[in-house]
Design a protein. Structure first.
Length: 631
């Protein structure tokens, strides 16, 4: 509870001292609370001084500080004033606190106090006496002579948002107020006024915290409380994953587009955007950008896929302000310099030419074309020789500018910066973008009415074979069953490896492939076999498929597959890039923030009887078979 003490002294001015409990020196909040309180009232350009002393001269002096011990600490705020300014001083302090909670402490203010603190510790080392005292004092407090260095290291990493949140947190606690006043000047109701003053400070802090927490634009993950989604505007979304384990971060930008929006005439245009988007922006040429990225051991890359394209950044957190600037300027205003554009087109043409003599590429290209038929997925992401040749730099600029202005956009951050700090950065760069229409992509149902075979002649010793058929809607039970079947056949102890490759020696490579895209997908088995053994290899594959069609799985095998999937999921989600990929596409395409988590839960609840019924129906005699090799 709040406590008030009033003391009459032989003085001619009034001094008010507030003390608030602080955490111990080694507590994780000690650094940020120390910084927060000093930002509020240390120095003649602090908010308290500027308002209470400089602006209206209501008080003579004001200051704030913290004192830490091994098992606790205390925050001090003190200001002195003429006795007749009592009410004005209290109201002025409340006004400063209210304004600071609302507007937040500025980054310059935080950096000023931080730098002064760090500098003072460095200057201490000039004197052997003060340096020895610092080491001894640290050892007496914590048993570690290096604790002050660790304190400074922590302070260097504190963000402006953490400081503002800590300031609010401090003033939610009980406050002890000591008032020293001239003799004969204390009134009967002065204690009540001071208790009300302390209560008002608590209320200001509580109201500020609740206002932030009631933001209707924020959605939290039900499976991971360190993940949240913030809707900046309609069609523009921020995903934040707080991952404080290392001082690194990944930032991804996903824009709707990609292969699904291409035609035969402009096939490959999104791939060209992904290849060229990182070659600088206005005022920052590529060589300057690349040099800075290398100096900071950071990476910015473009990408394009079937339903989205964009940018990825992987970097050290200490460089986040400058790298955010580069990242968002590349996203919003890329230069697409002509010399690099010509170079990328030439490299793509060479790749397309090389693919003509690559039997594996031809095998998958033919299979894709047969599976997806007239759907854009049937085309090559790189494009074709005719379309790439006709695409101009101006087309890239116009298409990307149009998409930035109108297409749905998701920014995903995973790293050690807090949510409010990242949100501030994103709003700084994307705040001028307009809201855009939101549309959910509809899957396309593919059917295979009869078996199809295609032979492509290549004069090679090896024959490359793809046996497969259309898949199912992403997130459907059938799609989960295919994921489980693929996981089972991918194991080193599966029939594909043990029977077809190792025991019978019918192939040098064999693997199941489950392609589950947003609009359409497929399932199949790829085989790399010797020309003389290809027929036996195909027969062995169909024999295995028939086995699982007829017998299905035992309960123990089915449970093993579930455990395998759970283990793979844990291994596949470790880095900041992993987290960004994990959440981005589901949110962009309105599958939900927790889509991946919910999918894992659904797989856990599948029954072996349903799986076997599915396989009996799916593993029928209708297959697409593509062979590339000697006829």
């Amino acid at each position: 509870k709040h406590q008030v003490g009033v003391h009459e002294k032989n003085v001619n001015q009034t001094t008010l001292t507030m003390t608030i409990q602080a955490p111990g020196y080694v507590h994780e909040d000690a650094v940020v609370e120390d910084l927060a309180l000093n930002c509020l009232g240390f120095g003649d350009i602090s908010p308290l001084y500027k308002e209470m002393v400089h602006k209206d001269s209501i008080v003579n002096s004001v200051g704030s500080s913290s004192m830490y011990f091994g098992r606790g600490g205390v925050h001090f705020i003190r200001f002195s004033f003429p006795e007749e300014n009592f009410s004005q001083a209290l109201n002025s302090f409340k006004k400063v606190l209210k304004d600071t909670f609302k507007a937040g402490l500025e980054r310059d203010t935080v950096d000023r106090i931080r730098n002064q603190y760090v500098a003072s510790k460095i200057y201490e080392k000039e004197s052997i006496e003060s340096f020895a005292f610092s080491l001894g004092h640290g050892f007496a407090q914590t048993g570690d002579i290096h604790c002050e260095d660790e304190f400074i290291d922590k302070m260097k990493k504190v963000t402006k948002t953490q400081v503002n949140n800590a300031l609010e947190k401090i003033f939610t606690r009980d406050i002890h107020i000591s008032l020293q006043t001239p003799k004969g000047k204390s009134s009967k109701d002065i204690k009540e006024n001071l208790l009300n003053f302390a209560t008002d400070l608590n209320k200001l802090a509580d109201d500020s915290i609740q206002t932030k927490s009631k933001n209707e634009n924020v959605e939290l993950s039900k499976f991971d409380q360190s993940v949240k989604v913030y809707r900046l505007k309609k069609g523009i979304t921020l995903i934040h994953k707080h991952n404080p384990l290392t001082p690194t971060f990944a930032c991804h930008a996903y824009i709707k587009g990609g292969l699904t929006e291409e035609t035969e005439l402009n096939n490959g245009i999104y791939n060209l955007i992904g290849k060229n988007i990182t070659y600088g922006y206005k005022g920052v040429p590529y060589h300057q950008l690349k040099n800075e990225l290398d100096m900071k051991s950071s990476y910015i890359n473009g990408f394009s896929g079937r339903n989205a394209y964009g940018l990825t950044l992987h970097a050290l957190s200490e460089y986040s302000p400058s790298l955010f600037r580069h990242f968002f300027n590349l996203l919003l205003n890329p230069s697409f310099p002509n010399d690099y554009f010509k170079m990328e087109k030439e490299l793509i043409n060479r790749s397309l030419f090389i693919q003509k003599e690559d039997p594996v590429k031809q095998c998958f290209r033919a299979f894709n074309s047969t599976i997806f038929k007239n759907h854009p997925y049937a085309m090559d992401i790189m494009g074709n020789e005719k379309s790439v040749k006709k695409i101009s730099r101006k087309q890239l600029q116009e298409l990307h500018a149009k998409n930035i202005a109108s297409k749905e956009l998701v920014i995903t951050y995973s790293g050690d910066l807090d949510f409010d700090s990242v949100l501030k950065e994103v709003q700084t760069y994307l705040g001028t973008l307009k809201a855009r229409s939101v549309k959910q992509t509809k899957p396309k149902k593919l059917e295979l009415k009869k078996s199809q075979e295609q032979d492509i002649y290549f004069d090679r010793e090896q024959t490359h074979i793809m046996i497969g058929k259309p898949g199912f809607k992403i997130g459907s039970r059938e799609d989960f069953f295919l994921k489980m079947f693929t996981t089972f056949l991918s194991g080193q102890s599966s029939d594909l490896f043990v029977e077809v490759r190792d025991r019978q020696g019918l192939c040098y490579s064999v693997q199941p492939l489950h392609h589950s895209a947003l609009e359409a997908g497929y399932w199949g088995i790829y085989i790399g076999s010797g020309h003389d053994k290809k027929d036996q290899a195909i027969e062995a594959i169909h024999k295995i498929l028939k086995k699982y069609k007829t017998k299905g799985f035992k309960k123990s095998e089915f449970d093993t597959i579930k455990n395998m999937i759970q283990g793979q999921n844990q291994l596949n989600i470790q880095t900041n890039d992993d987290y960004a990929n994990f959440y981005s596409i589901p949110v962009l395409h309105h599958l939900g923030l927790d889509y991946q988590h919910q999918s894992f839960e659904k797989i856990k609840n599948l029954e072996v009887e349903d799986m076997n019924a599915f396989l009996q129906k799916f593993l029928d005699d209708k297959w697409i078979t593509v062979e590339v090799g000697r006829n």
